[in-house]
Design a protein around this ligand. Structure first.
Ligand code: HT7
Ligand code: ZN
Length: 876
C-alpha cells in the first residue's frame, strides 16, 4: 500500500470556498448533488488538473459552470475524479452527482444507516465515500446542506450549523436546509435523518447569546439522556470560565447512534455519539459509564475550538486537536471531580494502553512522520501521550504562561489549519523559553527511562542524586536524542514532610520540578541533615519509567506518609507489583509464594483512613492488573503464574483484614437514593473493592450474591456479578445471577454488553469456550462494534489467561473473528488485531502460537489496508 509522509505535504492547487450539498435520502439509492465553488490557489497552478478524492463512488453526472462535461474532459474511477480541461478563470463551479447505498455500508464510514437512522462519519477520510472532494483537512469551506427524505420514517433532518428553511414536499417527503457559516474541513461534515426522541434545553453564553441544545436518542430512551445534557451544559460553562471560549452557533445537537466505530465525533454543531456514551440512568449504567459520558461529552464539545475553529493542516498533526482536547477534558473532569483521583485514573489508563504501544512494534511518535492507513493512528499515543505532552508544557511554563499561550493560539490561529510547530511557537513566544528540545516529545517514539541513584552524607548534610536518562529504541528509530523531562519531586523527611534544602547545583529546579535535559545530571543538595526518601515523578509529571534503587521499607514509608497523594498511590502500587512478580517467580519454580505483612497491613491502614476520599482508597486497594504486572516483567511472560501470584496477594490481604473490611463494607452501604456524583461513586467503588477481597476465599459467594440480589443500581449489580464470575465461575450463585441478569436486561443491548464483558474477562482455560458460545447468543452481532468490543475486545485485552491459553487456541479463535469482522468493518478489525501487539514478550511456546495466528491473518487474500498495516507492523 501507499505510504504517506509528512515531508511530502504540499498545499493544494485548488481551494473550495463554498460547498452546497443536496441529499435525496433513500435507504438503498441516495443521490448526492455537490455544487462546489472552486478557486485556483495561485497562477502557478494554471493548467494543473483538478484531482478529487473518492472511495468506491458511482458518478452520475458532472457539470462545469452549469454545462455537462464532455467525456474527454475528465476521468472518473470509484476512487478519483480527475478533471483535465478547466477554464482559465480563477474561479469556477463544479456540480457533481453521485449515488450511494447507505444500507449496504457496513464499514460505518461515510453515509450509513444505524437502526434505520441515516448518519455519517467522515473523519478521517469518510467524506470521499459520499462525494468526490478535496478530502483533506486544510481545505476549509462554508457549507450549505439541503436534506430531503421520507417524512414518516425521517421526520428529523439535521446537519451542521444553523437551520434556515424546512418544508413539506409531495409524495410524503420533506426537506430541511442547514447553513454553517464557519469554514470547515470535510471531515467535520455530518447529517442525521431519522425518527428519534429528543431532550431539549438552552444555554446562555457569556455574551448572553441563547443556544438551543438538543440530544436525540432512540425513542423511549429520552430520560437516559438527562445526564449527558447536564454534562454538556457544565462543559460549555467550563470552557468559558477556564479558557474564555464561547460557543458560536444558535444550535448544538448531539445524536446517539448504536452502530459507531469509535466513541463520538465532533462534527461542527452536530456531534454524533456512540449511544454508549450518551445513555445512562442508575438502573442501566455504572458510575464508570457516567464518568465516561461526562468526559466524552466534554471532549467533543471542547473540539469546537481545539479541532474545529482551529483544525489540523494534515493528518500527521492529529495530536494537535486530539492530545490538546484530551488534556482539556482531563482538566474538566479533574475540576468536576477529585483532582488526585482523576490523575491516578489517567495514569492507569496511560500505562495500560499507551505504554504497551510505545514499548512494542506499533510504537510511533505523538506526531507520526509516516502512515499507510490514517485510521490506525487514532491511538493512545496520539491521544493520551499527546495530552501528557500538553500537560508537560503547562508544568514547564506554569499555569499563567500556559493560559497566555493558549489565548495567543486561539487569537492567532482561529480559522486556520495549523501544525504542532504553530502550537509550540505560541508557548515559546509568551514565555521566552526555547522549546526545541522539548519538541522531541512530539517527534520521538518510545517511553524514556530515568534512573536515579541517591547518596546521603549525614555528616555534611549533602544529598547527591545521580540521574541518567535513556530511551529504548523503537521501530525505525534506533538512536534517540536527549529529551527535556520535567521531573516533579520531593525529598520526604522522617516526619513525612518535604525537606527544604539550602542550595542545589547540577540541574535547574523550579517550583518542585527538576529539569532533566542532559544524559546525566549529578545533582548536589546541601542542608539535608537526615536521609530523605525520594518521592519522584509526582503527579506523573512526565510519561516515563523510573529505575530507582529503593528499599521496600522506603517505599512502604512513602505509601504511608508521602504528602503527595499521587506518589503514595504510586509507592503502594510499586510494592504490590514487586510482590506479585516475586511470587510469580516462586510459583513458576514450583515454590510457595510469600507475601509478607507490609502490604496487607498498609491496605488495612489505607482502607480505614477516613481522611482519604473513598474513591482514592478504592484505587489504592486495587492491585495492579495482570497486564500491568506482565508489562513490568517485560519478557518471557507466563500469564498463569501471574494470575496465581496476584490471587495469592488478594487472599493474603483479605486474610489479614477480613473483619475490618467486612465492617467497612457494611458501613458503606448506600443509605441515600442514588446520585452519580463523585463522592457517592467513590463510596460505591470502595465498597465494591472490599466486596472483591471479601469474596476471594473458597465458597465465599454469599455477600456478592446478596449484593447482586439487593442492588438498587447498575454499579452495585454489575460489580457483584463480576466478583461472582471472576472469583467463583462455577458456583450456583454465579449461574443464577448470570441468568437473572439476562432475563432482566436481555432486550437492552448496551446493558447486555456488560454481561458479555464480564463473562469474557473470567480467567482460565475455560473462558475460550464461554466466549465462543457467546458469539452465537442472539444478543451478539459481529456487525456491531460495541458487541464485538465487549465480547472479543475484552477477551483479548483483559483476559490474560483465557486469551493467552498455552495451547494457542485463544489466538486461533481470535484470528478467525478478526477476519470475520474485517469482511464488514476493516477499521474495527484492525483495532481489534492490536490485541496481539505484545506477542513478543510472551514465553516461547505462546509466542510461537501468537505469531502463527498473526501470519495466518497476514497471508489472507485481499486483506484491507487497515488490517494489513496493523499485522505487518506487528510482525515486523
Ligand atoms: N475525532 C473523532 C475521531 C473519530 C473517528 C476517527 C476515525 C473513524 C471513526 C471515528 N469516529 C470518531 C473522535 C474524537 O477524538 O473526538
Ligand atoms: Zn477527539
Amino acid at each position: 500500500g501507499q505510504v504517506f509522509r509528512l515531508e511530502d505535504y504540499r498545499r493544494s492547487d485548488y481551494r473550495i470556498p463554498e460547498t452546497r450539498l443536496a441529499f435525496d435520502l433513500d435507504p438503498e439509492q441516495t443521490t448526492v448533488v455537490s455544487e462546489l465553488v472552486i478557486e485556483r490557489a495561485d497562477d502557478s497552478a494554471a493548467g494543473a488538473p483538478l484531482v478529487l478524492d473518492g472511495d468506491g463512488l458511482d458518478l452520475v453526472a458532472l457539470e462545469l459552470n452549469g454545462e455537462a462535461l464532455g467525456e474527454n474532459a475528465f476521468e472518473a474511477t470509484p476512487d478519483r475524479l480527475t478533471i483535465h480541461a478547466l477554464p482559465t478563470d480563477s474561479t469556477f463551479r463544479l456540480t457533481i452527482t453521485t449515488r450511494v447505498n447507505p444500507s449496504a455500508n457496513q464499514a460505518l464510514m461515510g453515509l450509513y444507516r444505524s437502526s434505520g437512522v441515516y448518519t455519517t462519519q467522515c473523519e478521517a477520510e469518510g467524506f470521499r465515500r459520499i462525494t468526490y472532494y478535496l478530502d483533506r483537512p486544510d481545505i476549509l469551506s462554508v457549507y450549505r446542506v439541503r436534506l430531503e427524505a421520507d417524512k414518516a420514517t425521517a421526520p428529523l433532518l439535521l446537519s451542521n450549523g444553523n437551520p434556515v428553511e424546512a418544508g413539506d414536499l409531495p409524495g410524503g417527503r420533506h426537506f430541511a436546509v442547514w447553513d454553517d457559516p464557519h469554514p470547515k474541513p470535510s471531515y467535520l461534515f455530518a447529517l442525521v435523518a431519522g425518527d428519534l426522541g429528543v431532550v431539549t434545553d438552552e444555554f446562555v453564553t457569556m455574551s448572553s447569546r441563547r443556544v438551543a441544545l438538543g440530544i436525540h436518542v432512540e425513542k423511549g430512551k429520552e430520560p437516559r439522556a438527562a445526564y449527558a445534557m447536564d454534562a454538556l451544559k457544565r462543559s460549555m460553562k467550563w470552557d468559558e470560565e477556564v479558557f474564555g471560549l464561547e460557543y458560536d452557533l444558535d444550535v448544538f445537537n448531539i445524536v446517539a447512534v448504536s452502530d459507531f466505530n469509535m466513541g463520538a465525533m465532533e462534527n461542527k454543531g452536530l456531534n454524533i455519539f456512540n449511544d454508549k456514551y450518551v445513555l445512562a440512568d442508575e438502573e442501566t449504567a455504572t458510575d464508570a459509564d457516567f464518568a465516561n459520558i461526562e468526559a466524552i461529552i466534554a471532549h467533543e464539545y471542547f473540539h469546537n475550538w481545539t479541532g474545529n475553529r482551529i483544525t489540523c493542516r494534515d493528518w500527521f498533526q492529529l495530536c494537535l486537536k486530539e492530545g490538546l482536547t484530551v488534556f482539556r477534558d482531563h482538566e474538566f473532569s479533574a475540576d468536576q471531580r477529585s483532582r488526585a483521583v482523576k490523575r491516578i485514573a489517567e495514569v492507569r489508563t496511560l500505562k495500560a494502553h499507551q505504554f504497551p504501544e510505545d514499548q512494542g512494534p506499533l510504537a510511533h511518535p505523538v506526531r507520526p512522520r509516516r502512515y499507510r492507513e490514517i485510521n490506525n493512528f487514532y491511538t493512545a499515543t496520539v491521544y493520551e501521550k499527546g495530552s501528557e505532552v500538553v500537560r508537560m508544557i503547562r508544568t514547564i511554563l506554569g499555569a499563567e504562561a500556559f493560559r497566555a499561550g493558549m489565548d495567543l493560539y486561539f487569537e492567532r490561529h482561529d480559522g486556520d489549519a495549523a501544525t504542532i510547530e504553530d502550537f509550540l511557537t505560541v508557548f515559546e513566544e509568551v514565555s521566552g523559553r526555547d522549546l526545541s528540545q522539548f519538541a522531541l516529545w512530539y517527534h520521538q517514539a518510545g517511553t524514556p527511562n530515568v534512573s536515579v541513584k541517591a547518596s546521603h552524607n549525614a555528616a555534611t548534610g549533602e544529598l547527591v542524586l545521580d540521574i541518567e536518562q535513556s530511551s529504548p529504541p523503537t521501530p525505525g528509530e534506533s538512536r534517540k536524542r536527549l529529551m527535556h523531562i520535567p521531573l516533579a519531586f520531593g525529598l520526604v523527611g522522617p516526619d513525612g514532610r518535604d525537606m527544604v534544602w539550602e542550595s542545589v547545583e547540577g540541574a535547574t529546579i523550579e517550583h518542585g520540578v527538576l529539569h532533566v535535559r542532559k544524559r546525566k545530571h549529578h545533582v548536589r543538595f546541601t542542608g539535608i541533615s537526615e536521609r530523605p526518601r525520594l518521592s519522584l515523578n509526582r503527579g506523573f509529571s512526565a510519561p516515563i519509567t523510573l529505575s530507582v534503587e529503593e528499599k521496600p521499607e522506603d517505599r512502604a514509608f512513602l505509601a504511608r506518609h508521602d504528602g503527595d497523594l499521587f506518589s503514595r498511590w504510586q509507592a503502594l502500587g510499586g510494592l504490590m507489583s514487586d510482590a506479585i512478580i516475586e511470587a510469580s517467580k516462586h510459583l513458576r519454580d514450583g515454590r510457595k509464594a510469600e507475601y509478607g505483612r507490609e502490604i496487607p497491613e498498609l491496605c488495612g491502614v489505607i482502607a480505614t483512613d477516613d481522611r482519604l476520599e473513598e474513591a482514592y482508597r478504592a484505587l489504592a486497594l486495587a492491585l495492579p492488573s495482570e497486564a500491568d504486572v506482565a508489562r513490568e516483567i517485560g519478557a518471557n511472560i507466563d500469564p498463569d503464574a501471574i494470575l496465581a501470584a496476584r490471587n495469592g496477594l488478594v487472599e493474603a490481604i483479605a486474610a489479614a483484614n477480613g473483619d475490618t473490611f467486612a465492617a467497612l463494607y457494611d458501613q458503606l452501604a448506600d443509605s441515600e437514593p442514588f446520585t452519580p456524583d463523585a463522592a457517592s461513586a467513590g463510596r460505591r467503588s470502595l465498597r465494591n473493592m472490599l466486596l472483591d477481597y471479601l469474596s476471594s476465599g473458597p465458597g465465599a459467594t454469599g455477600r456478592a450474591a446478596a449484593q447482586y440480589r439487593d442492588a438498587g443500581n447498575m454499579t452495585d449489580r454489575s460489580a457483584a456479578l463480576s466478583v461472582l464470575v471472576m472469583r467463583h465461575p462455577d458456583a450456583a450463585d454465579t449461574k443464577a445471577a448470570l441468568a437473572d441478569f439476562e432475563t432482566r436486561f436481555g432486550d437492552d443491548a448496551l446493558v447486555m454488553d456488560k454481561w458479555f464483558q464480564i463473562q469474557a474477562a473470567a480467567p482460565g482455560a475455560g473462558a475460550l469456550e464461554t466466549v465462543r458460545t457467546l458469539t452465537t447468543h442472539p444478543g451478539f452481532s459481529i456487525a456491531n462494534p460495541n458487541r464485538v468490543r465487549s465480547l472479543i475486545g475484552t477477551f483479548s485485552s483483559a483476559n490474560q489467561t483465557g486469551f493467552h491459553r498455552a495451547d494457542g487456541e485463544g489466538y486461533r479463535f481470535f484470528a478467525d473473528i478478526v477476519l470475520q469482522v474485517e469482511q464488514r468493518n476493516p477499521q474495527v478489525a484492525a483495532r481489534l488485531a492490536t490485541g496481539l501487539r505484545s506477542w513478543r514478550s510472551l514465553e516461547p511456546k505462546r509466542k510461537a502460537r501468537a505469531r502463527e495466528a498473526l501470519l495466518r491473518i497476514a497471508s489472507t487474500e485481499n486483506l484491507s489496508p487497515d488490517l494489513r498495516d496493523i499485522v505487518e507492523r506487528t510482525l515486523a
